[in-house]
Design a protein around this ligand. Structure first.
Ligand code: PXG
Length: 456
């Protein structure tokens, strides 16, 4: 029997990335409250949130300090815009706080309301930069297959998700895609290092194909998140960096998932030695408590904008929203005070990677585990020795995800990869619990596929 909330939801709520008809038949799971790394649903089940919401609740749930600053800011100045030569305390102070943690010369900050808006901003900014250099023909943007850069038309076009490209087109022109650096899935007989170089050299091939003088920028997530936690080989990013420099192409890091400590440094770019010209951030910027995103711009582009005597005709009503900015500012303060990033890098990140491997690496379903810091992807295989995937009628990811959900653990499934990205404040005991639950749910998944007649 559907609960009253499920009934309302089924009647009026269109869900993102969801087959609405089939969801309405079974009813959405209703989450009622949360604390620390745990969620509770309408039936009172306690669930450990292995995904930090949607890769965002880095400080965990129930942080009263964040609620308090939102309340205070709403009373003091709930809204004012940052257009028309105005600013306010939260926006100015947050810009400074972000610049204090971004690497290199990424010191100028533009605000947006979501990662998708940040990406759209970067797409326009990259093209605008070349236009004001007198080279408007330099407008091709290059990204990767299976990259996720958001759901606006800009983000959809730039991202490399084939399921998204099929819908709502035509897409934005002058965007090209190259292969992703997924060694376990696509590396064949090459060593990880060789494959990393080869995957990066696809960028040079694409640049030569479309003409170096036509390319504005390359966009990439340091680790592809929604694509399945695709951790690049160590050789990949240095080669991408070299190629961008060689052809004078802007390098843009999409830090929406990797930013704010996920990989053990403030930004994934630092973990992989990337020196981007611009980057996007969202999610962890406010620990998911309020919607806010930002773009950090380095000197090259910022100075060109400053020297160009014309408005950049771009902005959102909620660019630098005072309440969101106040919460983000407090988030950064807490991260610094509690040494959250250092803890991910030196303590809980390595502990999580070790414990996850001890729990799952020898499991019959597990082909390979990728991960760093507090993010991981587990490839499920029918036969791990011969790397044989499951036949397409066995939706292994969904089977596993449902077992997790029904047994008090949230893991996300992307195709045949199971993902974890827990709150950065997770304790050692909670990591143990999460990994034990994962092992149990993988056992249940194995039973289920055997019942479907798969010999394994
Ligand atoms: N870039 C990256 C790298 C992202 O991960 C966006 C841009 C867009 O951000 P907004 O705030 O507009 O959603 C994202 C968002 C998933 C999932 O299922 C991942 C995201 C969003 C929704 C679902 O893994 N990432």
């Amino acid at each position: 029997m559907a609960s009253p909330l499920q009934q309302l939801d089924a009647k009026h709520h269109l869900h993102p990335f969801t087959n609405t008809g089939s969801l309405n038949n079974k009813g959405a799971r209703v989450i009622t409250k949360a604390d620390g790394v745990y969620l509770w649903d309408e039936q009172g089940n306690k669930i450990i949130d292995g995904m930090a919401g949607l890769w965002c609740v880095n400080l965990g749930y129930g942080r009263k300090e964040l609620a308090d600053v939102a309340y205070q800011q709403m009373n003091e100045l709930p809204y004012y815009n940052t257009f028309f030569q105005t600013t306010h305390g939260p926006a100015a102070k947050l810009a400074e706080a972000i610049a204090s943690v971004t690497p290199g010369d990424l010191n100028r900050i533009f605000f947006a309301g979501s990662g998708s808006e940040a990406i759209d901003t970067l797409m326009r900014l990259a093209r605008h930069y070349w236009a004001i250099q007198g080279k408007p023909y330099r407008n091709i943007l290059i990204a990767r297959e299976n990259a996720y850069h958001g759901s606006t038309l800009g983000g959809t076009s730039l991202g490399g998700m084939s399921g998204m490209h099929k819908q709502g087109g035509p897409l934005i022109p002058n965007i090209a895609h190259i292969r992703q650096p997924y060694w376990y899935g696509e590396g064949g007989d090459l060593s990880e290092e060789e494959f990393g170089l080869q995957a990066a050299q696809a960028l040079e091939e694409k640049i030569l194909e479309v003409g170096p003088d036509n390319v504005a920028a390359f966009f990439g997530e340091p680790i592809q998140g929604a694509g399945g936690v695709i951790v690049p080989p160590s050789t990949y990013w240095p080669e991408i960096q070299r190629i961008c420099r060689k052809y004078d192409i802007l390098l843009v890091a999409d830090e929406v998932i990797c930013g704010f400590g996920r990989t053990g440094n403030w930004f994934g770019s630092q973990t992989y030695g990337i020196e981007p010209d611009m980057m996007s951030m969202a999610k962890g910027l406010s620990s998911g408590y309020v919607p806010i995103a930002a773009v950090a711009v380095g000197d090259r582009v910022a100075n060109a904008l400053a020297a160009h005597d014309e408005d950049f005709n771009h902005g959102y009503t909620y660019s630098g929203h005072p309440v969101a900015a106040a919460v983000a500012l407090k988030t950064i303060d807490i991260m610094k005070d509690e040494g959250i990033v250092e803890r991910v890098g030196n303590d809980i990140g390595p502990y999580f990677q070790k414990t996850l491997r001890e729990s799952l690496a020898d499991h019959p379903l597990v082909g390979h585990i990728d991960g760093i810091g507090l993010v991981a992807g587990v490839a499920l295989m029918m036969d791990k020795a011969s790397k044989t995937p499951f036949p397409s009628h066995v939706d292994i990811g969904t089977i596993c995800r449902d077992h997790c959900f029904n047994n008090g653990l949230i893991m996300r499934a992307t195709g045949t990869r199971m993902l974890l990205s827990p709150p950065l404040v997770i304790s050692h005991e909670e990591v143990n619990e999460m990994c034990e639950k994962a092992r149990h749910c993988f056992d249940l998944t194995l039973e289920s596929v055997r019942k479907l007649g798969v010999e394994i």
